[in-house]
Design a binder for this molecule. Structure first.
Ligand code: ATP
Ligand code: MG
Length: 350
């Protein structure tokens, strides 16, 4: 379990103060994966540095399974750091060492006996699916294989926490999924506590149990994936279930109001659209939609247009009474600016 409480980090640049972390509080239970998403400058790297003790927080605390890291004396930092395994965007392997040599490195640093090291390294490479690649050099491995070596090296000191900083940003989509599946499998098998810093919403969708949105040094939204995804007001929900831009249909429905509807869990299975059409005796047209399974639960996000004379307020009440998040869709201009906000929030390039 990792617990961060009211963490602040203020950098001084001459007379100017830069507040990089402004009271970050989060907790990640053992055996689960927490995603931290935020645009450039949000404070992600600062958070990583504070968690790995590369930087001392200005105030606040970080603890792992109840051990307070921020009060660790300088002489004990190295030992404390061994409780956290780091996985980087580029595996950061030593080119002059084989896969086995790279994984062995942290064990050599603490003078582990050679036979123990050898057995441990073989076990770790097998664990990450690299049996038979012990003697391969980084230049002989694919990006995904190199990241597997990086993960094996991170696990060499039997850490409680795995801190992954953009672990898949340099990989293609198929390899990304393989590495994420490996991280998920290891989390369960080794009962790790995992933090993934990422700008990719797909990473959050695929493996995270919970997620935080970091914005200007503060966590402005957080929660279990299925909780944040069910609310149209949530920026994370809109980034998790994005809708493509759409033009209202020309013709019979031209002047009808446009609604956005977010179905969660059981309500996703109910024929809500048919229900509305029957109950109000109106036509609806689906302009855009996306369906995802997040945290084992199904979600649907729809943009629909109602027939011109429909009482859209009554339709909204009908949906809200059924526990469905729904609201008037923003104008095209607002959708456009919101999309930019989404891209900002997730750091994705347009
Ligand atoms: N050593 C430093 N001295 C002064 N200011 C700093 C220092 N490190 C970071 N900052 C500032 O703190 C804020 C957060 O920076 P940080 O590097 O944590 O952002 P980030 O979320 O990692 O961004 P990116 O996605 O671009 O890597 C920024 O305003 C940055 O300029
Ligand atoms: Mg950074």
């Amino acid at each position: 379990m990792i617990t961060v409480t009211d963490l602040r980090k203020v950098y001084r640049q001459g007379k100017k103060e830069v507040v990089a972390l402004d009271g970050v509080t989060l907790s990640v239970p053992k055996g689960s994966i927490h995603g931290i998403i935020g645009h450039s400058g949000a404070g992600k790297s600062t958070l990583v540095r504070c968690l790995t003790l590369l930087d001392r927080p200005t105030s606040g605390s970080v603890s792992i399974d109840g051990t307070e890291l921020s009060s660790v004396r300088d002489s004990e930092i190295r030992t404390a750091r061994r409780r956290i395994g780091m996985v980087f965007q580029h595996a950061n392997l030593m080119d002059s060492r084989t896969a086995a040599g790279n994984v062995a490195h942290p064990l050599e640093l603490v003078k582990t006996p050679k036979d123990q090291t050898q057995a441990k390294v073989a076990g770790l490479l097998k664990l990450v699916g690299l049996e038979g690649f012990e003697n391969a050099y980084p230049s002989q491995l694919s990006g995904g294989q190199r990241q597997r070596v990086g993960i094996a090296r991170a696990l060499a000191s039997d850490p409680d926490v795995l801190l992954c900083d953009e672990p898949t940003s340099a990989l293609d989509p198929a390899t990304t999924n393989e590495i994420l599946d490996l991280i998920q499998d290891l989390t369960t098998r080794l009962q790790l506590t995992v933090l993934i810093i990422t700008h990719e919403m797909n990473v959050v969708k695929r493996v995270c149990d919970s997620v935080s949105l970091l914005f200007k040094g503060r966590i402005i939204e957080h929660g279990a994936l299925q909780d944040v995804a069910g609310n149209l007001e949530s920026k994370l929900a809109r980034a998790l279930l994005p809708l493509p831009p759409s033009e209202p249909l020309q013709g019979t429905l031209e002047d009808g109001p446009v609604l956005e509807i977010l179905f969660a869990g059981d309500s996703a299975k109910e024929p809500v659209i048919t229900g509305v059409a029957r109950h109000f005796d109106i036509d609806l047209n689906v302009l855009a939609g996306s369906v995802e399974t997040l945290g084992g639960q199904q979600f649907g996000h729809l943009r629909v247009q109602l027939a011109g004379n429909a009482d859209s307020g009554a339709v909204l009440d009908y949906l809200h009474d059924r526990g469905i998040s729904a609201k008037f869709a923003a104008s095209e201009a607002a959708i456009e600016s919101e999309t930019q906000l989404q891209h900002q929030a997730t750091g994705e390039k347009k």
